[in-house]
Design a protein around this ligand. Structure first.
Ligand code: PLP
Length: 352
């Protein structure tokens, strides 16, 4: 691909990220909150009378104070920014050198590969075990400068065992990121342990249970030294005033988060059961989505469903998730619609 010679060598192989053309399809493909926008954040934005001619606070101190209150930590434990994707990028920029090996579980969040490589690192793929748990010895054998894992894991949905995460933290000389984008739906977080492990960075987002993906707010928690280093690397002002204020408002309304989690916990087993009835093999999930092996061809299922106005995410061509799709858990009504459309598609595929 000669025209790419002008690109930085580590970026030449990159392709654009998932970007489906959308109309009014049901979006069961991005694991966002199906209860609609966060009401406290929306109210804050409607009433916003702030001065947008001035910059926001350089390090989002207001939000970091709110997070300190929420998690019983200190402002200096936090770095806040433009989605947890920015925080992931900042972590790699801060702690990895050109050529460093970074351990990435397979399967896990597709963008980890990008963050490692765009920052000049080498991806060290470490397969999860058959039941999608961490292979602790295999991870530690990599002697990685950075190890990253989402717990709950995307796309498999399950949480990793706390003791395995602890063993990796204790046995690694490099930094370890535990990405808790979906932790509200599960139980067990590492955030209360950030002062205990020098090498732990926990990532959190406002995009999922907080239902604010459009505002792009994420943060990391770590010990204050690690957070201090990351704040020196992060682009100043990367979190805008409006999003910061909305996030502070959202932290103050935990009842919406509880309601959102409640819906997912109630509907998750029902969606799994509905899928099972249609011949799918759903994997156990602690998240707001389910990964399931399809009874028909994955690509055909996704494309035909799209034709019927429902988007789900196709993982079927990737290693370890062969013929699998990922579906966001909806409300009872949404799940009914989605399962109905899936049933139509499965019977269409079978009667071809
Ligand atoms: C595991 C994981 N980490 C991070 C993110 C990115 O979150 P944000 O919207 O805060 O950038 C996602 C989004 O899907 C995710 O699945």
């Amino acid at each position: 691909m000669p025209e790419r010679d002008i690109m930085r060598s580590t970026a030449r192989g990159f392709r654009r990220y998932y970007n489906p053309e959308i109309g009014d399809e049901l979006r069961m493909d991005t694991n966002t909150n199906v209860l609609g926008p966060n009401p406290a954040a929306e109210e804050y934005i409607r009433g916003f009378r702030g001065d947008i001619s001035g910059y926001p606070n350089t390090y989002s101190d207001g939000l970091r104070d709110a997070l300190a209150g929420l998690h019983g930590l200190d402002r200096e434990n936090f770095v806040a920014g433009n989605g947890s994707d920015e925080m992931l990028d900042v972590a790699f920029k801060t702690f990895t050198e050109w050529g460093d090996g970074c351990a990435v579980p397979v399967p896990s969040y597709t963008l980890y590969d990008y963050f490692v490589r765009v920052n000049g690192g080498r991806v060290l793929e470490v397969d999860l075990t058959e039941d999608f748990q961490l292979d602790v010895d295999a991870v530690l054998r990599q002697k990685a400068r950075m190890t990253i894992m989402p717990s709950p894991n995307n796309p498999t949905g399950n949480t990793f065992r706390q003791k395995d995460i602890e063993e990796i933290l204790s046995g690694s000389e490099g930094m370890v990121i535990v990405d808790e984008a979906y932790v509200e739906y599960a139980s067990g977080s590492m955030i209360s342990r950030v002062n205990e492990f020098d090498n732990l960075i926990v990532m959190r987002t406002f995009s999922k249970a907080y239902s604010m993906a459009g505002l792009r707010v994420g943060y990391s928690a770590s010990n204050p030294d690690v957070a201090g280093m990351m704040n020196c690397v992060k682009i100043p002002y990367s979190l805008n005033k409006l999003s910061e204020g909305a996030a502070i408002a959202a932290v103050g309304d935990q009842s919406f988060i509880e309601a959102s989690v409640g819906v997912v916990r109630e509907q998750r087993p029902r969606l799994a059961e509905g899928l099972r009835r249609l011949g799918f093999e759903p994997f156990p999930s602690d998240s707001n989505f389910i990964l399931a092996k399809c009874p028909v061809d994955h690509a055909e299922l996704v494309s035909r469903l799209r034709g019927k106005g429902v988007l789900i995410r196709d993982f079927g061509s990737k290693r370890r998730t062969e013929n699998c799709v990922r579906i966001t858990v909806g409300t009872e009504d949404l799940n009914g619609i989605v399962l109905g459309k899936i049933e139509e598609v499965v019977s269409e595929c079978r009667s071809k």
